[in-house]
Design a protein around this ligand. Structure first.
Ligand SMILES: CCCCCCCCCCCCCC(=O)SCCNC(=O)CCNC(=O)[C@H](O)C(C)(C)COP(=O)(O)OP(=O)(O)OC[C@H]1O[C@@H](n2cnc3c(N)ncnc32)[C@H](O)[C@@H]1OP(=O)(O)O
Length: 243
């Protein structure tokens, strides 16, 4: 356990992606997942070793043309410097440790966790999304395609899945702006349903920051911006230094 912690701390000092992002505050989570929260039976190990890490926010064959068009639009804006594409991994810790961490077999944990939004192994069935952050404007944009396993009412996206995307996109904005945060409050107005398979654009912005509190608002619109699906607000609390 002690050796694992030492290795983790060593890895944190070798972060490549985060270190290259001067806009991002210190995102490093100090604690590992308490054993009580882990499944008792060993699962297949996924750990952020360089050769294993896959970035899930890159285009894959399941992406619709609308998804690709929006992705290309924000990639072009990224090249102009105003936006940064946020990489997305299927283990939360990978966002914090980065690809530089090398793990010999002896350092691999016996069990692992999965980021909720990346917990399916087949492309296109669940959450397909990519997020971009604009530091100057304190905004994130999420491009989200709802897969068939996110069904709520027949043919429509489950409200909880939509809440997840709101939480994820506004949470990423809060993290990029303030560092480690937790969601304290989420309010969602569902204005019109999101059809399964469709692509929508999630626009999040920071409304205000008061001490450790960061207030966000979010709008989800259809890919052509014509249909308003969601209006939401969220409050994130910056974690204390000791956490
Ligand atoms: C590179 C980036 C990419 C990242 C990709 C990854 C994407 C993943 C992103 C996914 C993101 C998903 C993220 C997730 O899913 S996080 C998981 C879901 N959230 C939780 O489990 C949080 C559970 N709650 C708590 O842990 C605590 O209650 C927190 C931490 C929230 C506050 O406890 P703490 O002891 O720290 O603070 P405090 O109690 O001194 O309060 C401090 C201030 O806050 C005000 N306050 C507190 N609560 C509320 C409330 N409900 N409404 C209004 N106000 C509230 C409070 O009045 C006070 O205000 P003031 O008196 O100072 O004015």
């Amino acid at each position: 356990m002690f050796r694992c912690s030492v290795r983790l701390i060593k890895g944190l000092t070798q972060i490549t992606w985060l270190r290259e992002q001067p806009v991002l505050p210190n995102l490093l989570y100090r604690r590992s997942v308490p054993a009580a929260y882990l499944p008792s039976r060993a699962l297949r190990v996924t750990w952020p070793c360089a050769e294993e890490v896959k970035d899930f926010s890159l285009p894959n064959p399941s992406w619709s043309q609308n998804m690709r068009n929006l992705y290309n639009k924000y990639m072009e804006l990224s090249q102009q410097g105003s936006w940064i594409r946020l990489p997305s991994y299927n283990v939360t810790a990978t966002h914090l440790i980065g690809k530089a961490e090398q793990c010999p077999d002896s350092a691999k944990p016996q069990v692992t966790t999965r980021l909720f939004t990346r917990n399916l192994d087949v492309e296109g069935l669940g959450f397909e999304y990519v997020m971009f952050y604009n530091q100057a404007e304190l905004r994130t944009v999420g491009i989200f395609q709802a897969g068939p396993y996110l069904e709520g009412p027949i043919g429509l996206t489950h409200g909880g899945a939509i809440a997840t995307i709101v939480d994820t996109t506004s949470g990423a904005c809060a993290i990029c702006t303030l560092g480690k945060v937790k969601t304290a409050n989420l309010n969602i107005n569902y204005r019109s349903p999101i059809t399964l398979g469709s692509t929508v654009e999630v626009q999040c912005r920071v409304d205000k920051i008061e001490g450790r509190k960061i207030f966000m608002s979010t709008e989800i619109r259809s890919a052509d911006s014509q249909v308003l699906h969601i209006e939401a607000t969220a409050l994130f609390i910056q974690m204390k230094m000791s956490e």
